[in-house]
Design a protein around this ligand. Structure first.
Ligand SMILES: [Zn+2]
Length: 171
């Protein structure tokens, strides 16, 4: 992320945090920033929010003619379906271990098509502009799951579908 985008992001977060009532009531906030602008939506009441690196607000129309929606929207749909299912299982007592196991499976998910477009874990994806600028084939570099109840971080270095998952205590 270019440094000017990081500065815009930090300013946006600062602006949100200085509004006390906002700060007190927010648990899940999606903030989208691009080219010096930002927009956000509060998902606290719904309880979850999944995304796939695509714009919903700021540059959605610019992305329509690119491969971005074809690659990002299936990932967003998979994330949202996963989070909805987990959200609904919480009252039934799903454990942190069960959620982490299912999250690892989600993050290891491949596309059902040969071109890998829409897969979460990819091996040499050729979709110019979908995840990086240019046409260099993309590989998943790693995966991260933060378990905020157990204060642990589960991560893979490399493709999560076959690389070892490591655990780091956050305390
Ligand atoms: Zn894989």
């Amino acid at each position: 992320m270019p440094i000017e985008n990081i500065q815009v992001l930090l300013c946006a977060l600062r602006d949100l945090c200085v509004t006390t009532t906002f700060y007190d009531s927010i648990n899940i906030l999606l903030l989208e920033q691009s080219q010096g602008k930002y927009q956000y939506q509060d998902f606290s009441e719904r309880g979850y929010c999944g995304r796939g690196n695509n714009s919903h607000w700021l540059i959605k129309e610019k992305q329509q003619n690119l491969i971005t929606p074809l690659d990002s929207l299936p990932r967003e749909e998979a994330m949202e379906a996963f989070l909805k299912e987990i959200w609904e299982k919480i009252p039934q007592g799903i454990t942190s271990d069960e959620i982490v196991t299912e999250a690892k499976s989600l993050l290891s998910r491949h596309s059902e098509t040969d071109d890998q477009v829409g897969g979460i874990c990819v091996h040499g994806l050729k979709a110019p502009g979908a995840r990086i600028f240019g046409d260099t084939p993309c590989n998943t570099l790693g995966a991260v799951i933060l378990d905020m109840k157990e204060l642990t971080m589960h991560y893979s270095v490399g493709n999560p579908c076959y690389k070892k998952w490591n655990v780091l205590k956050l305390e």
